[in-house]
Design a protein around this ligand. Sequence first.
Ligand code: 4AD
Ligand code: MG
Length: 462
Amino acid sequence: MKRSKVAALLATTEIDREVLVKGWVRTKRGNKFVSFIALNDGSTINNIQLVADAEKFSEDSLREVTTGACIAASGILVASQGKGQTVEIQVNNIEVLGAADPEKYPLQKKGHSLEFLREIAHLRPRTNTFGAVLRMRHAMAFAVHKYFNDHGFYYVHTPIITGSDAEGAGQMFQVTTLDPANPPKTETGEVDYTEDFFGKQTNLTVSGQLEGEVAAMALGQIYTFGPTFRAENSNTTRHLAEFWMIEPEMAFADLTDNMDSAEEFLKFLVMYALNNCKDDLQFLNDMYDKELLNRLNFVVQNSFQRLEYTEAIEILKSAKQKFEFPVEWGTDLQSEHERYLVEKHFKKPVILINYPKHIKAFYMKQNEDGKTVRAMDVLFPGIGEIIGGSQREENYEKLAQRIQEMGIHEEELWWYLELRKFGTAPHAGYGLGFERLMLFVTGMGNIRDVIPFPRFPKSAEF
Ligand code: 4AD
Ligand code: MG
């Protein structure tokens, strides 16, 4: 017999038929006459109830059917007598595929802390919480591809190993096959990277944007969706050393088009979650964050506040609240400032534009004022920055000058500069941090809990 998924059985109206299910035991309870086994197979947050009569199953035959064990069970799908489910299975046969010693299985009891679960990342997907998060992660990834496919964007695979620093921030993990204890040296005593695997120094990418621009200058509208790496020593609930980023890039787009795209895209994603992840969202709303569903609905129903950086500084300076970091025109905004604007002042998502050029990356289009660039950050409640982007500098001279001013190695970026030499065009794009999106749609409080295997300083166990 073919295995049925629990989600399908819980949704079906065809009862009184034989079915086979396979999954992991969540709980077993009962009395002398009958045992009730709650089985989960990952297809839904809900369990199916297996009813095992003592006549058919001696206590001994169910000895290995304990929390965490993997079993296959067959029987008749019937209307349930009890509360909490519409159908259940009157089982005739149970096969234990993999036992889980109750003395040792770490998830024997419910209610573990998220901190503890992080230490058992190989088992935490079997909890309701992480099952919900992982199913939603899948749904959001699918929604990303759906949105761009429906809007005529091409998915481009940009490299993970690169020879350039896309953000110019120098926070990169080096990729090398040289012996760290004994690297080859040049005559002047420096490491000789011509001997390295690629014949030059290489790193894990911090962003696929620069290569994305190459594709946009041929295909018009593209997006990337891949892992990115940052060796910044940020031990916060919003930072990972390895995270996934979605980066659309659009030829013939300016900063307004960029804002319109980002707002529409984010609303589509949140709407997709509301429409397609109902059970998981309800669970997360009830368990962790009673405002979650309200917040998601609010974001899709209201327009984002668009605001100049300069105006934001005025608002922050006249705020009654005391900030840990003082604000002046020219300072980079800290998370406390971003959250003040979003959560206290406007009480809705904010798109901040036209930042001072010295706090932003070299590739952003310079404004006529000589002080600011056409940058755009989208700030979300509870998150702070969820998207960073800009219109790009398409003028060869201006870009080359900025690269020089910022002390960036021009020879690494010759190909990027050539895009401005041959058939340059106005263009814009942005990057959405996938895990920041996941924080928002799940209501989870720590970014380490919305990626299966988080990487952060001093942690890469799994
Ligand atoms: O603002 P960022 O650094 O922008 C870029 O990388 C541009 N190349 C994007 C573009 O224009 N194509 O990063 C973009 C987003 C941030 O807004 C944030 O959501 C996320 O990536 N992000 C991180 N997420 C988790 N951990 C980190 N360490 C992150 N750093 C950035
Ligand atoms: Mg940013």
